[in-house]
Design a binder for this molecule. Structure first.
Ligand code: RIB
Ligand code: CA
Length: 316
């Protein structure tokens, strides 16, 4: 199978960090054009710096980072420092990356790059609020043509919400942006809580990754350990859900996941249910079924994949 050309938009973030380390390690499968970062878990400044830290840990300074939008399209910013720690990377030792983010704004780079790309040639992965992607689509709708799909960590149906009773954080943090992306003509592959909650970083799985011994593996184990002991993820024995690595794992090994085709609308007005993803599987009710909704994940296979890529990727 050939390599997939990828743009990875994220808000690192502890689990974004694990996804980045996996993506950086999968250089045999993924051709990473750039990492674009957005305000979400923590500020734009910190998400860009954190992406730089993880890039240096993975020795992947060949991949540029572009910082993006500093606030949601309409609603007020809501960070998730209580989940990710003040730095956004839990208790991972911090340093100023040697290579800084590029000076060009992520949205400008996204538009310039996608306009120049052949039709259907680039896979977008988004593991934070969809602000950058929605802003780019609003400014230049024709960029949709270059996108093979947008793989999104976001939303919830049967699992209910994790930031409110009915909304998952990435969608809740910018519901207007999410609605614009789901309503676009682009094929969406959605990894909501229904599927990410099936993928648990148990202490045994973390220990197996830590024993790989490379810098990226040790950093992955550190990030996963931090998430395990968060009250919201208790009991620790069950392990914290592995949200953001899911779309990256799917790009590398699609057979690890199962989907149902559907149409998704996002609540943007209600104070009670803003950010709710209304998932409609009935094609006769909602004929535009441009979304594949994740319903099943092979958790053991995903952890085997992470361990394998971190092993082959590199030096201690
Ligand atoms: O709901 C989980 C999502 O919200 C993840 O992307 C996590 O990083 C937070 O951004
Ligand atoms: Ca995230």
């Amino acid at each position: 199978m050939g390599r997939t050309t990828v743009i990875f938009d994220c808000d690192p973030g502890v689990d974004d960090g694990v996804a980045l380390l996996l993506a950086f390690a999968a250089r045999d499968t993924l051709d990473l054009l750039a990492i674009t970062t957005v305000a979400g878990n923590v500020s734009t400044k910190l998400t860009a710096r954190n992406a730089g830290i993880l890039r240096e840990i993975a020795s992947r300074e060949d991949v540029p980072i572009y910082a993006g939008c500093e606030r949601p399209l309409k609603r007020s910013p809501i960070e998730a420092g209580h989940f990710h720690g003040e730095s956004g990377l839990g208790n991972l030792p911090l340093f100023e990356p040697q290579r800084p983010a590029e000076t060009e704004h992520a949205v400008d780079w996204l538009i310039r790059t996608l306009l120049a790309a052949p039709a259907g040639s680039i896979s977008l992965v988004v593991t934070g609020p969809l602000t950058n992607i929605a802003t780019a689509l609003l400014r230049e709708p024709s960029i949709a043509k270059a996108m093979r799909e947008i793989a999104i960590m976001g939303g919830a149906r049967s699992e209910g919400g994790n930031i409110t009773a009915s909304a998952e954080y990435n969608i809740y943090a910018d519901p207007h942006a999410a609605q614009i992306v789901f309503a676009s003509d682009v094929e969406i592959v959605a990894f909501g809580l229904d599927v990410t909650h099936q993928v648990r970083a148990t202490p045994e799985r973390i220990d197996t990754i830590g024993k790989v011994g490379t810098r990226s593996a040790m950093a992955t184990a550190n990030l996963l350990t931090f998430a395990t002991y968060l009250p919201a993820n208790s009991p620790a024995a069950q392990g914290s859900p592995l949200h953001d690595p899911c779309p990256i794992a799917w790009l590398i090994e699609p057979a690890l996941f199962e989907f149902r085709r559907c149409h998704v609308e996002v609540e943007t007005e209600s104070t009670l249910t803003a950010g709710h993803t209304a998932v409609e599987f009935r094609a006769d009710v909602a004929p535009r079924q441009n979304v594949r909704w994740g319903v099943r994940a092979d958790a053991a296979g995903i952890f085997d994949l992470i361990r394998g890529k971190l092993t082959q990727s590199g030096k201690a």
